[in-house]
Design a protein around this ligand. Structure first.
Ligand SMILES: Cc1cn([C@H]2C[C@H](O)[C@@H](COP(=O)(O)OP(=O)(O)O[C@H]3O[C@@H](C)C(=O)[C@@H](O)[C@H]3O)O2)c(=O)[nH]c1=O
Length: 181
């Protein structure tokens, strides 16, 4: 397993070591000791989530506020997504910057999204199963969000906006400027 730094401090791409043989493949999708050593942080995940989506589904940009902030370790079990992490740590030198990476069932890359980030993804394949670990529990009252097409963030989602499928909740999120972080 390897952790590749991004330009956003504490945000890493995780590349697992995959063992292929005549039967198929094997890899450790998570190993707490190795993971914490690689990223130089002590993260304890407490909740695992999975979602299924069809092509063009865009979920995000989401975060939880205050004491309910969540770090996430995200990956794709089936299909292909563009995954995006936005630095919303006001004191950060990369505040307002984002990092995006294709996560696919073939490349098996994962993204570690630290606390203090907004997160979202769009499905590029016909269908996708998205799986992630969170280091804090879901808390509906603490949910926050930023509109995916915020002009200041200027994220290239790789699909035309008419091809996107967005929840009612996500269609009315704030601009980055007005979001309560
Ligand atoms: C996120 C979440 C949702 N839910 C419920 C609330 C709702 O009825 C239903 C669907 O929720 P949402 O529409 O918020 O699901 P979704 O849009 O997939 O939300 C997720 O998006 C990605 C981008 C993230 O980063 C995640 O942290 C999470 O915010 O599931 C839980 O019970 N537990 C959870 O942890």
């Amino acid at each position: 397993m390897k952790a590749v730094p991004t330009q956003l401090e504490q945000c890493f791409i995780i590349e697992p070591t995959v063992f292929n043989d005549a039967r198929g493949y094997f890899f450790e999708s998570f190993n707490q000791e190795t993971f914490n050593a690689l990223i130089g942080q002590s993260v304890t995940f407490v909740q695992d989530n999975e979602s299924y989506s069809t092509k063009g589904v865009l979920r995000g940009l989401h975060f939880q506020k205050g004491n309910w902030a969540q770090a996430k370790l995200v990956r794709v079990v089936k299909g292909r997504v563009l995954d995006v992490a936005v630095d919303i740590r006001k004191e950060s030198p990369t505040y307002g910057q984002h990092f995006s990476v294709e996560l696919t069932e073939d490349n098996k890359k994962q993204l570690f999204v630290p606390r203090g980030f907004a997160h979202g993804f769009v499905v590029l394949s016909d269908t996708a199963i998205f799986s992630y670990k969170c280091d804090n529990y879901y808390n509906k009252a603490s949910e926050g969000g930023i509109m995916y097409n915020d002009a200041a963030l200027n994220i290239d989602w790789q699909l035309p906006s008419k091809a996107l499928i967005i929840s009612e909740k996500d269609a009315i999120l704030s601009t980055f400027e007005n979001a309560i972080l």
